[in-house]
Design a protein around this ligand. Structure first.
Ligand code: CA
Length: 203
């Protein structure tokens, strides 16, 4: 898989570091998103389902470990922790929570790229399997936003896809029409917030 098919989310509040990693990944062909807070990181994660997260643990609103916990409830998305915390105990704790790798600040360009490539290589096959929902002949690929029935791709609108994914991820749960619309509307609001964040960071 070429780099331009991988999406990477950087969750980091320090604009200098954020811009540095963003530029590095962008020039190496990765589709890159940035979030300066844990909450925005969660929003971008659920909206875009990136292939990899680079996460700073010291965030202004919450501890970055909360994001690891949030992602791991449902997804195997690889996470590289980026932190100024250098003790052995901090590293072990992050790995125990489900991070795949750990980079200590300050870091070099080559180190970041090498770890990104290595983590993506190790995890991409296993993850593709876990990020699809299957029900009888129906298969929904949440990352690529493609839905197939008996192997044939269905032509769904964005809204139809969202509704189907919502219902299949929550089998057995009954949603009212209002609840479905509210959930879809919430996602639209998140997209707007993400755009504003990108403007704030100037990337
Ligand atoms: Ca920080």
């Amino acid at each position: 898989m070429s780099n331009n098919k991988f999406k990477i989310l950087i969750v980091e509040d320090e604009p200098t570091i954020c811009s540095f990693i963003y530029t590095l990944l962008d020039t190496n062909g990765y589709k890159t998103y940035v979030a300066p807070t844990c909450e925005l990181g969660k929003s971008i994660f659920t909206s875009y389902l990136p292939d990899l997260i680079i996460l700073d643990l010291g965030l202004p609103d919450r501890d970055g470990r909360e994001l690891i916990h949030y992602v791991r409830q449902k997804f195997m998305t690889p996470i590289i922790v980026l932190s100024a915390r250098t003790t052995e105990a901090d590293k072990i704790e992050a790995l125990d929570l489900g991070a795949n790798d750990y980079i200590t600040k300050p870091f070099s360009v080559r180190e970041v790229l090498a770890r990104v490539r290595s983590v993506l290589r190790r995890t991409s096959a296993a993850r593709a399997e876990s990020e699809s929902i299957r029900f009888e002949g129906l298969e929904i690929d949440l990352r690529r936003k493609v839905c197939t029935l008996d192997g044939k791709e269905l032509q769904l609108t964005k809204k139809e896809f969202e509704i189907l994914a919502l219902l299949l991820s929550n089998r057995g749960v009954i949603f009212s029409r209002e609840e479905i619309l509210r959930r879809i509307k919430d996602r639209a609001a998140e997209q707007k917030q993400i755009l504003l964040s990108s403007i704030y960071l100037g990337v």
